[in-house]
Design a protein around this ligand. Structure first.
Ligand code: FE2
Length: 375
């Protein structure tokens, strides 16, 4: 049974149905009106500015009929009709967990127990079936990474994956980069050494938010790929020592990449990034491109290093890494703001050839949202 009650001063109302009760402010309701003078019927963009809404807006009357809420606003003397389902869906009057480091409910943090159940899509399936593509993109949203198998073994096949949801992000490394042994390596990623788990390119701001690594040849021994959930690392650090978590999220680290030629990239960002409401929104960790830390006060620098070292130990902890071997035609995708990746060392005999590229996750989530609307 639907009901509505306005408070004494008319600055908010209480809307109830059989299961829920929610309070909504007059100013919020007026700003979120869907009449054609407030929102464009064509593209739903807002047509008014905040200064068009009187500061002393209040609800003079509110009635319910045919599952719609009709509100009469003063002093505008304007009546607006609302979809009640939309109002409940966008309700903000509930207790939120805003403790430091919270994440959205659709994010699942993981450790190496995920090895038994690595989220994996099939190239042919996701390129021909939109519900398979939706499932694969949902896995990336939930876990921050997923594998893809049965892809073509051909040069630049990784672009076919990007095309499924967005666009390549070109950098000074090009539209894509080759990952294989080179005689004169300019970057450690191109040698046979093992690499500590890291996020890519923290010296960019913004960082590339998606990375794809695609295997074309793999006859050398070793060279397995590993991924580590940076959000799980943050959670463990927080559980062990809140001071460690706080100092790595409060102060910025510096990152730098000075390449040959015309590249001199620098950034100033924290290792653990929180939103203003405490939401965990990003991890940056890349020892190779860390520059001198200069933003931590003298009296806190030792604590900062203790926290940084402990974060590194947790990242190296075997119980945190999901390890897999990529065969030709297989690839994996990571959310580079959350999941760290690594490679084990490999022997000189045989070949290992991967191609990598960057893309951005806003396009990936846009594609996922559209697929959700359609299903
Ligand atoms: Fe990398």
């Amino acid at each position: 049974m639907l009901s509505v009650n306005i408070n004494k001063t008319g600055n908010y109302l209480t809307l109830k149905n059989a299961n829920r009760s929610t309070k909504l402010h007059a100013i919020w309701l007026r700003d979120n009106a869907w009449d054609e003078k407030t929102r464009s019927p064509e593209n739903s963009q807002r047509l008014i500015t905040l200064k068009d809404i009187p500061k002393d807006t209040y609800i003079k009357s509110a009635t319910i009929s045919d599952s719609r809420l009709k509100i009469y606003f003063s002093p505008e003397n304007k009546e607006i009709s609302y979809d009640i389902d939309w109002l409940f869906k966008n309700s903000y009057d509930d207790k939120k967990d805003l403790s430091k480091g919270w994440t959205a409910s659709n994010i699942e943090r993981w450790d190496n127990t995920l090895t038994r159940n690595i989220p994996t899509g099939d190239f042919n399936e996701i390129t021909s079936n939109s519900s398979s593509l939706k499932n694969w993109l949902e896995a990336i949203e939930c876990f921050g990474f997923a594998k893809l198998s049965n892809g073509p073994v051909k040069d630049k096949a990784l672009f076919d994956i990007v095309k499924l949801f967005g666009y390549v992000r070109e950098t000074n490394y090009g539209r894509h980069f080759e990952v294989r042994t080179e005689v004169n390596p300019t970057n450690l990623a191109y040698t046979g050494l093992s690499l500590q788990a890291h996020t890519d390119n923290p010296y960019r701001d913004p960082v590339p938010t998606i990375q794809i690594l695609y295997c074309l040849e793999s006859t050398a021994k070793g060279g397995e790929n590993m991924v580590v959930d940076g959000f799980k690392i943050a959670q463990r650090l927080q559980a062990e020592d809140m001071e460690y978590f706080d100092i790595l999220s409060r102060y910025c680290s510096r990152f730098e990449y000075i390449g040959t030629g015309q590249t001199a990239l620098r950034s100033k960002r924290p290792l653990i990034e929180l939103g203003p409401d405490g939401e965990l929104i990003g991890i940056r960790f890349n020892n190779r491109s860390s520059a001198a830390t200069v933003d931590v006060p003298f009296e806190k620098m030792e604590l900062y290093y203790a926290a940084y070292q402990r974060m590194g130990e947790l990242i190296d902890d075997k119980s945190m890494a999901v390890t897999f071997r990529l065969e030709p035609g297989e690839s994996f995708i990571v959310d580079n703001t959350r999941v760290l990746h690594a490679r084990k060392g490999y022997s000189g005999s045989g070949k290992r050839w991967l191609q990598g590229c960057y893309a951005d996750k806003d396009a990936l989530y846009s594609r996922l949202n559209v697929l959700r609307f359609q299903s």
